[in-house]
Ligand binder design. Structure first.
Ligand SMILES: C[S@@+](CC[C@H](N)C(=O)[O-])C[C@H]1O[C@@H](n2cnc3c(N)ncnc32)[C@H](O)[C@@H]1O
Length: 183
């Protein structure tokens, strides 16, 4: 079983993390931000590309660059994308680092859903770096409990807006999904 559901116009295989309600927050934000305009999104920690598949399906002008570092997840994603992917979604077998972020071309949107607690650096450092690489940033933050490094404080910049909450398979508290402007 994968972390995310495998999406193919509907759920083909359920993962162990709730995906659709979290995606709906992202989709609604994209409708407000981009309407019918084309946009380029990067999805950091894309797992089996649930968000990329849904964004490219719902937004004909959307292109997604997805990054995933776990080889098993990349294998599962590639197998799934072979039948259900599209040419506006690319997946890199890649461990994203702060150095990489600093040389990314500026993009319209970065998604960093439930991934910042995996990073070796503090969440605030990542948020600052990610905001510098995009116009719009959406993150989902682990709050407490069993998630790795979830003792970390989520220090958010002024203007950060909670746009939803994701049910977690690990902790009791819902994980906030937060929108921030890039810079
Ligand atoms: C907790 S899962 C979240 C998956 C997805 N973003 C979601 O919210 O459904 C974190 C994912 O990020 C991947 N990951 C962790 N660190 C990463 C990094 N530095 N670069 C790319 N992927 C990473 C993990 O392998 C895992 O698939």
């Amino acid at each position: 079983m994968t972390y995310q559901d495998k999406w193919a116009g509907g759920v083909l295989d359920f993962g162990y993390r709730e995906c659709s309600e979290r995606y709906e927050c992202v989709r609604d934000a994209c409708r407000d931000l981009f309407g019918d305009r084309a946009f380029h999104a990067r999805d950091i920690g894309a797992n089996v590309c649930y968000f990329g598949l849904r964004l490219t399906s719902d937004f004909p002008g959307c292109r997604v660059s997805a990054y995933e570092s776990h080889h098993g997840a990349v294998r599962a994603a590639r197998k799934h994308l072979a039948d259900h992917g599209n040419d506006r979604l690319t997946l890199a077998d890649s461990k994203v680092t702060l150095d990489m972020i600093s040389v990314f071309d500026h993009c319209d949107l970065i998604l960093a859903m439930s991934v910042l607690h995996h990073m070796p650096e503090e969440t605030a450092v990542w948020i600052d770096a990610l905001r510098g690489a995009c116009d719009h940033l959406i993150v989902e933050l682990a709050m407490e409990g069993k998630a790795r490094n979830s003792h970390r404080r989520n220090v958010l910049p002024v203007g950060a807006k909670i746009i939803g909450h994701g049910a977690s398979h690990l902790e009791k508290a819902m994980r906030p999904i937060v929108y921030m402007e890039g810079k």
